[in-house]
Design a protein around this ligand. Structure first.
Ligand code: NAD
Length: 285
């Protein structure tokens, strides 16, 4: 049966490394990185995510510069807040928690975040830099997946990688990062004709479709590494996009849900915030 990829343990290590980096930045005469999370409205799931991001950033020695706006705020007021944070030297990173309420244009808000403070890696400039293989702040979830693959020494050069899902947040940057690591990358999505057949090519299979149990054992090559990005809240706890039980009989390694990719996302957000602060303060590690 498959080796379990322990995202909680790797995330803890990343957070400890970040905390050490923050200490060194301050010892070198810098100021602690400041993370400005922006929550608009009071969606319960978003509140939970933002609370974890704030708590773990403080635990890593960062400044919590959280801002909350009411759910009925207008576009101009929200834009003015982003501009204020963009101009504030205490703010190293700006994270706009998505989704924003339906009446707001979240793309227009994201576009106001300066690339060097875009710790979620979602601006057009950072996405373009990633596509060009240049240094950039990378989207946290795909960056977390790469970190897990490195940590577990999954070889990527020349490997067949299949990414299921093509979102701007996960699928597309995931494919770019795997490509940069010299994998042969296939992207599957909702129009893919025979998903199981495409997935069976994969030495490394990353599933980010948002459909519970989409990938079963019939879609997995024996010995493959399977990374499950999906998160679904059921009565009996969290589940992923992969049928964990049957797939773990076939795969060589697999991430559980919870305890796989999820904890890595916040850890990489902290790593990005430290990187942003170092660049802005001109202090290398
Ligand atoms: P999304 O809805 O924006 O994108 C889903 C993608 O899956 C689309 O590109 C679509 O083409 C593809 N897809 C949909 N149905 C499919 C099918 N039947 N076969 C193949 N492909 C199909 O979602 P997202 O933001 O990319 O998130 C995906 C999942 O990952 C969600 O469950 C989300 O909750 C989870 N997520 C987890 C983390 C984390 O930290 N672990 C972070 C972000 C998202």
């Amino acid at each position: 049966t498959a080796r379990i990829i322990d995202g909680s343990a790797v995330a803890k290590k990343v957070r400890e490394d970040v905390a050490g980096g923050v200490d060194r930045l301050v010892a070198a005469g810098g100021t602690p990185p400041g993370l400005a999370t922006i929550l608009i409205g009071d969606d319960p799931a978003s509140e939970v995510y933002v609370r974890s991001k704030r708590r773990l950033s403080v635990a890593a020695g960062m400044q919590d510069l959280h801002r909350h706006l009411p759910g009925d705020v207008d576009q101009e007021t929200a834009a003015a807040l982003v501009d204020e944070l963009a101009a504030d030297p205490a703010v190293s990173g700006i994270l706009l928690q998505l989704p924003t309420p339906g009446h707001l244009d979240s793309d227009a808000l994201l576009a106001r975040i300066p690339a060097e403070k875009d710790v979620d890696g979602l601006t057009t400039l950072n996405a373009g830099r990633l596509a060009q293989g240049r240094a950039a702040l990378r989207p946290c979830t795909p960056a977390g997946v790469m970190r897990l693959l490195e940590e577990y020494e999954v070889s990527l050069s020349g490997a067949e990688a299949v990414v299921v899902g093509r979102s701007v947040l996960v699928g597309k940057p995931m494919a770019q990062l795997l490509l940069a690591a010299h994998a042969t990358v296939t992207m599957a999505h909702s129009r893919t004709r025979d998903l199981a057949e495409v997935c069976r090519r994969a030495d490394v299979l990353v599933v980010a479709a948002g459909i519970p149990g989409l990938v079963g054992a019939d879609a997995v090559k024996p010995g493959a590494t399977v990374i499950d990005v999906g998160i679904h809240r059921g009565e009996d706890g969290l589940h992923g996009d992969v049928e964990f039980g049957p797939v773990s009989e076939v795969a060589g390694a697999i991430t559980p849900v919870p305890g796989g990719v999820g904890p890595m996302t916040i850890a990489m957000l902290l790593a990005n915030t430290l990187t942003a602060a170092r660049v802005q303060q001109g202090i290398a590690d």
